[in-house]
Design a protein around this ligand. Sequence first.
Ligand code: BDP
Length: 585
Amino acid sequence: MLYPQNNRSRISIPLDGVWRFLLLDAPHDASQPLTGGRLMPVPSSYNDIYEGREIRDHVGCVVYERTFALPPTSEDHVAILRFDSVTHHGDVYLNGVHLGGHKGGFLPFEFDVTDGLDPKEGNRLTVVVDNILDHTTLPVGTVEERCFPALGARRVNLPNFDFFNYSGIHRPVSLNLMPKAHIRDITFDGRGDGSFSCSVERVGDEPVEISIKDGTRLLWSGTGSEQRGVVHAIIPWDVDHPKLYDLEVVSGEDAYTLSVGFRSVEAKKDGLYLNGERIYLKGFGKHEDSPVGGRRLDQVYNVKDLALMKWMGANSLRTCHYPYSEQFLDLCDRMGILVIDEAPAVGMHTTFTATGMKIDVHTPTWETLRTASHHRDVMSDLIRRDKNHPSVIMWSIANEPASEEAGARRYFEPLFDLARALDPQKRPVTFVTHGEASWDTCEVAPLCDVLVLNRYFGWYHEEGNIEVGAALLSQELDCYHAAYPNLPIMLGEFGADAVSGLHDSTPTMFSEEFQRDLVAAYCTVLDSKGYIFGEHVWNFADFATAESVKRVQGNKKGVFTRERKPKACAWYLKDRWGRENHENR
Ligand code: BDP
């Protein structure tokens, strides 16, 4: 799916701004203009914009509305209304007419509104957003009706995962005018040796011309919608030289320019290879999370975060635990950051809720969840959206599902097959395991091209004991390696909460020193194992999550605070990752 662009044949009209907004407790009648309500910025999470639990903890639907007028349009154009993301379910109405709904809060969707627009009068755009997460959605949540003395029944929606359920119109909305016969999609696969294939999907039958340019310099051109070729003397895309080229496609009246890179990724027994060279992943699991705007697209934080990662010598991240904005991936392409691109499949277990609270009655996960067909949809939409990004080097199908429970393999095998079939670049495919899934119980590890483990010894297990934590980590890694000698392993999450400003001379839990020392002890273990291909510290920055006695105003495992100020661990990692000889250890 192509991102909107403005060029000689296309006009993209942003519909962001300040919309009208109302919390709903009954179905909304979109045939009438919305009256009352409050003002709400788009894009943004709505939760932290106004004070009070009524809005912050709202469960269910809200409505957004705005009006807009059209610039002069031509009869030969179609109009496509695009939402980059609406979290988690959006029902869209134009001038009171229902256009359709979309399930899933982190991927784009579109409607052809050519016939529904009023070119003379104003247009009214209404979006009803539902934030309920249950056993059919991804991420997974649990909806309960609870009865409280004197208060009666209350509906609660418990997230099965550890990040705040920010909701709303999180990414840009745009109206896109383009010729009726237009370029619908482009698939590009450029390798480090300059060889490439390119395929163009059209609406209509206009001839296609493709050219590859470096600035104004033409490097290659051809006619036809399916192309293969070699561009000689290209500079391969990598983390130090994220060289991008322009792929220009012209088809009849339409034109589209895609930024592309040439690079090869391969997982081998002894590690991960980028352009034929072994690469060690250094970086973080992140969140799209910032003060006030919540999970909104925020390019100030995006550039800042990637700049901080570069400053530390990090080279990679995982988009925990959902697809990030297209703008963020563009920045990773431009700044040279490798991305493990994760589906929004988190909370896939029925044993505990967001913050590790055990659920009393446990029903078997893979007999309880009803997410399989939606999981297939998000996997294919994710790959369709992100397939062309050189920064994306791997797909993660899920974070910490109950892969040790019976039925996990049957659930996941078709998803691994789907990802492999859909990705033109055949990137490695993996998922991320939790501590309960050990080498001898995990049903999904055999499906992976590389293994990514999350481990919290010394924090959630053997609390406070770093020495024992490191010993348990070492044993766990060796057991996994012995069971899967042909799969390289990385640590996808490790870390400890540290409240910025809490210090201790004998490092104790929650102090900055404890976080630094735990991370350092883990790194020493990793350095002693040749089969490890990377380390992602959890987390880049402190982030908002559900309230519990285990969380002090959010998850504090950030190496940076939520405002992006470094804790002691940041300086340790900067020193470690910045060292010359660390790159190819
Ligand atoms: C891991 C989860 C991550 C949590 C982290 C933690 O993958 O989402 O935030 O634990 O507890 O298991 O901090």
